[in-house]
Design a protein around this ligand. Structure first.
Ligand SMILES: *[C@@H]1O[C@H](CO)[C@@H](O)[C@H](O)[C@H]1NC(C)=O
Ligand SMILES: *[C@@H]1O[C@H](CO)[C@@H](O)[C@H](O)[C@H]1NC(C)=O
Ligand SMILES: *[C@@H]1O[C@H](CO)[C@@H](O)[C@H](O)[C@H]1NC(C)=O
Ligand SMILES: *[C@@H]1O[C@H](CO)[C@@H](O)[C@H](O)[C@H]1NC(C)=O
Length: 168
């Protein structure tokens, strides 16, 4: 039963991924520079817990230009997903302002482009009681919201090896 469901999900994934792709307008040189600065700060912070402080300090309109963006902040760590990997960091940042009201309108299998080139976060369940992205529950939606930045807390880190590529 579990295997059948799993297989079905993979089939649906494959069909949807070839039909509905959201593409991201490419970032300007300045946006890329800010993104690099943010990613470096988060890598140096050393842990998921310290990601939010590093993100907010390096992406602060008072101290310089801001990258309009959304951070998915893992609540717990998971063996095998390293908070100091630039790939992991990049995959948890979406260069768009998406508060929970934006995300809650997305249909299952919608793909959200991330700073990790060619890798998307996938809406896996859009029910109000259990809204998941990449199979991970949004445990605290809209944890932080400013005019240019949103942070959502996730129950655990995303696994881009499993969900990130569009061409599954
Ligand atoms: C995480 O990555 C850093 C830098 O690549 C490495 O030094 C560290 O050992 C890694 N930690 C784990 C738990 O894999
Ligand atoms: C998110 O929601 C706001 C307010 O409803 C809207 O103005 C904005 O266009 C939405 N953004 C996206 C990317 O859909
Ligand atoms: C979505 O989550 C809800 C609440 O946790 C659950 O009842 C439902 O079965 C889930 N739907 C899918 C397609 O997994
Ligand atoms: C991430 O996904 C890959 C591919 O599905 C899998 O091999 C790996 O075990 C997953 N890692 C974690 C920490 O779940």
């Amino acid at each position: 039963m579990a295997t059948t469901t799993h297989l079905l999900i993979i089939i649906i994934f494959t069909i949807t991924m070839t039909t509905s792709s959201t593409s991201l307008p490419s970032l300007t040189m300045e946006q890329n520079q800010i993104a690099t600065k943010i990613i470096d700060a988060m890598i140096s912070s050393g842990s998921f817990e310290d990601w939010s402080g590093a993100f907010l300090n390096s992406n602060d309109e008072i101290n310089g230009p801001v990258l309009t963006s959304t951070l998915f902040l893992p609540k717990t760590s998971v063996e095998g997903i390293n908070a100091t990997s630039s790939l992991v960091v990049s995959y948890h940042i979406v260069p768009q302002w998406l508060d929970f009201s934006n995300i809650s309108l997305m249909k299952p299998f919608s793909r959200i482009p991330t700073l990790l080139s060619g890798n998307f976060i996938v809406v896996t369940n859009n029910s109000a009681s259990g809204f998941t992205l990449d199979g991970v529950l949004i445990s605290e939606p809209d944890l932080f919201v400013s005019p240019s930045i949103v942070i959502h807390r996730m129950a655990s880190p995303f696994n881009f090896s499993r969900y990130g590529r569009c061409d599954l």
